[in-house]
Write a protein that binds this ligand. Sequence first.
Ligand code: ADP
Ligand code: MG
Length: 441
Amino acid sequence: MLSSFWSGFLKFAEKEQQKSPIIFSILKQLKPIEMTQEKVIVSCENNGVRLYLEKKIPLIEDLVSTYLEKKITLELIVEEKKRKKEEPLFQFEPNKSDLALRAGLLNRYNFTNFAVSSTNQVAFAAAQAVARNPGTSYNPLFLYGGVGVGKTHLAQAIGREILEKNPQMKVFFCPGDQFLNELVEAIKEHTTNRFRKKYRQLNGMVVDDIQFIAGKQSVQEEFFHTFNAVVSSGGQVILTSDRPPHEIGNLEDRLRSRFSGGLIVDVQPPEFELRTAIVLIKAREKNIEIDIEAAKIIAEQVGDARALEGALLSTYAKIVGKKERIDLEAVELFFQEKTRRTTRRVSTHDVIRIVCSFYNIKQTHIKSANRAEEIVLPRQIIMYLLRQELKLKFEEIAYHLKRKDHTTIMHGVEKINRLIIKDPLLKQEIDGITKTIISST
Ligand code: ADP
Ligand code: MG
């Protein structure tokens, strides 16, 4: 009765978890002890957890009350795990995802959903080698590369794999800036002992973006000792950075030499095929259906791996409720609108102004009925540029240039299109004007 109530409640809480994901992960660590008409008693493993949870009790009470549709109070007690095997009401082994969460690892990063190609295969192989034999092969493993090349993904995947193979190992993934803040705080609050205890006993320490510690003497000092402590007790260190150790400025020499003492691997920006694969992986993870041709367009248009996911989601947002899957048409539409949005930062007025000053004519002439040749050509060039660069509709251009009919605009744009093929000098002029327009923003 008690255990079925609790498992039913957990299912309910899981559905509600979008509202409070943290609460759900905490709930899974509690054990139901007793239940009366108005009260539920649950236990947790130690005082630390209890202190942390006490602030959340009202939230959990709300959730239980909603589930049982009556007001319930919650009591939290500490009950240390008994070693004696007794019939458990409910199995409460910390599961793998709890362990990972505590190690600072996110579910979305693992080796399986990491696509490999020539730009990252060495890094991938090294990462796997380290994950399989932590502390024995390359120590530290130092991964470096630009933004969005997959360093964090790989570093997280290593941490996860080590932990999955050795759940007893203490693994911790720490962003470099967090390490820095934590340490600065510890020094200020005189709690460096606690800090040391936390880091020096690790079997697997991942510090992402280690370049953040450069330039801060006390932090580098502490990190040096942390590093030595972890490595000398057989632990594995994994570091990532935006550049190789010898290019990190203001880094102590002894750290630089430690960083270079294992294996240094660079990760190159993903090329087109890899970006396509990443789009497909992200789509599958999010249950978004996408045609491969459409994925290719996204990969072609978006060079930065971090922006791929955003482009995928934005395209998806456009088709939701209208289409089942992202097809070629959907992405093309998305990117057309996107260019329009970005190029719109250049105004119609800018184009008119720049063309007029280039041909040394008055702006008022452009919008007048003047058919003199020295006015007609610049006017048509403006039509062409408004269409080509600002992606305005013919009607919009007609409106801006005070032409009665949009067919006039179509003819104008057509004429320039023909002329630039025949007349390289004119093409050069127009290219020059375009550059001026773009750099004017
Ligand atoms: P970095 O830390 O190098 O800046 P990230 O690891 O944060 O880059 O990667 C940016 C995004 O691109 C993440 O969503 C990541 O999952 C994804 N990504 C990068 N490389 C790959 C890859 N080879 N396979 C799958 N996803 C990747
Ligand atoms: Mg990163």
